[in-house]
Design a binder for this molecule. Structure first.
Ligand SMILES: [Mg+2]
Length: 230
């Protein structure tokens, strides 16, 4: 019997394009202005120092640091000071109403239905826990964080690694057989299944395609997921 749902975000509850076409360009456009307006913020000061360390150039100018940060966005580098700074830029964007998180209507309706029937819902995404909470704080359906009992990012481990799912099951206090994992990524689905989870792969028409002979269930929308039947 399913007692908990663990869900991915990008390509599952939210279009991949939201991150690629909305969040990343926003952080690129706001980078210079944000850094220059927040030079007194100790967090920003630390991030600037971390960038200099990363590029081994302690005398790098502010302009150089900003250019490096922007080039990392273009190259989609997963570098900690960049992620931290993006988190701050997005936070300001959400709070000011310039950014809004997007959740598919079918995902919203089904998550709410599960929540109301007592199923515990958890998030596992490669975006930081801070970024996850922000996205769900300011969505097209308002603040949705009440739906979730916990959040995991890659601090618990790689999403394609079976051990990450073993650890999450322990942490949330459910047997893998009681958990349903949802993701668009086939490697993540296989990793969770090998840890004993129930799994369903989301195939959002804009973001993914059905895989022939995939050994696990694939659906286009949360509407097709009937938890009582698993
Ligand atoms: Mg995904």
């Amino acid at each position: 019997m399913i007692k908990a749902v663990l869900t991915d975000i990008e390509g599952t509850t939210t279009p991949i394009s939201f991150v690629k076409d909305v969040l990343f360009p926003y952080s690129y456009e706001k980078m210079e202005e944000f850094v220059k307006n927040n030079l007194q913020n100790p967090q920003v000061q630390k991030i600037i120092e971390d960038v200099k360390k990363e590029i081994n150039k302690s005398d790098a100018s502010l302009e150089e640091v900003i250019e490096i940060l922007k080039s990392w966005i273009v190259e989609d580098k997963k570098i900690t000071p960049l992620k931290e700074l993006q988190g701050l830029i997005w936070e300001e964007g959400y709070k000011s109403g310039k950014l809004q998180g997007f959740v598919y209507p079918d995902a919203y309706n089904k998550l709410k239905e599960w929540f109301c029937s007592g199923i515990k819902i958890f998030i596992y995404s490669s975006g930081s826990v801070k970024a996850q909470k922000l996205l769900f704080s300011y969505t097209n359906y308002g603040d949705l964080n009440y739906l979730f009992s916990g959040y995991f990012d890659t601090n618990i481990g790689n999403k394609k690694d079976k051990q990450s799912y073993v650890k999450i099951a322990k942490e949330i206090g459910f047997n893998p057989s009681e958990i349903l994992f949802l993701s668009d990524n086939s490697d993540e689905i296989i990793a969770a299944a090998s840890a004993g989870y129930n799994v369903i792969r989301l195939v959002r028409p804009l973001d993914a395609e059905y895989i022939d002979n995939f050994p696990y269930k694939q659906v286009e929308s949360f509407d097709e997921i009937e938890i009582g039947r698993l």
